[in-house]
Write a protein that binds this ligand. Sequence first.
Ligand code: AMP
Length: 396
Amino acid sequence: MAWKTLDDLDLNGKVALVRVDINVPVENGHITDTTRIDKIVPTIKDILEQGGKPVLLAHFGRPNGKYTAELSLKQLVPALESAFGTTVHFAEDCIGSPAKRAVAALPDGDVLLLENTRFHEGEEKNDKALAAGMGALGAVYINDAFSAAHRAHASTEALARVLPCAAGRLMEAELKALEAALGNPARPLTAVVGGAKVSTKLDLLGNLVAKVDRLIIGGGMANTFLVAQGVSVGKSLAEHDMADTVRTIIEKARRSGCEIILPTDVVVAREFKAGAENEVVGVDHCPDDAMILDAGPETVERIADVFATSRTLIWNGPLGAFEIAPFDRATNAAAAKAAELTEAGDLISVAGGGDTVSALNKAGVASKFSYISTAGGAFLEWMEGKELPGVAALGG
Ligand code: AMP
């Protein structure tokens, strides 16, 4: 791997600028989910143990280049202190004299948080002068914000070109998991792509059919694939105008030797609501007044067989309308099978993307997957085969 890790740096006595993602959800002044803060703890502890001085750089919300009191990072200081178990100091700016003074005054063993990088217009413009201002504060740059790595911003890209740099522990874990899943995977390699629409996942599908051995399509997007093959899907969610695009994807898959797996039976209902009356029908028997809301049991069995004969699995998107029971059954059952195979050491399973994480959490198996990426946009862009500027800069 081209990038360095914390193991490759000598941090003793050095100021380490650490780009983190602590863009946590806040409602009425309370943090409703501290996952992002919890995930950077190993990196901060590691730097402190090495005798380094962590100085955190982060964005918060979308202030569009202007100071916005509600988006000050100061409000996160207590949560960071309890997560790190240290005092966290705060500087009113991420460059200039307030930042310099706070860095100079930082006691050993403590952490310094700098104000929201996005209060500067230059942040989202990847401005070199802003990066130089940040770079002047420290001796090394550590990027631990994989979830922000798809954006070329001053604190995620330009700064990596100013100072010696390395990946933090979270970034390292994410990159290793992704490399194991798609860079150099154990084969057969299977992907599950589900969710609502083909149109939002075109790049994803295009990249995957060229790389994976089997592609399982689920959710609303499977309906669009069925339509492209002349199957009637009644009132189901389907993008009828995407039929040609789907046929192109199917042809690309055929040329690459990628097997596309579609539902053979489906769960249909007349209402989109929890507990709606439903039945299982063959895929070409969806009544005209019904909609497909989940994959059926025969399809789930087939998916389980495909998983059992795969060595690596990469998953984005639910197999059905998983938020409302009983249309979560296929997603839950397939997720449980993937978890069981992973626990037995037979499968490397990597999943990510907003809805996928909540679907796997809901199925109660997220912790059993080899790796769950909470990185949202960055995870999807990586699955689409795009270069992530924040990662590329680390290897430069
Ligand atoms: P996405 O954000 O593209 O991953 O799509 C996730 C959404 O697709 C979830 O809200 C699911 O409820 C929805 N979904 C999955 N399957 C279906 C389906 N057969 N009909 C309608 N919505 C679905």
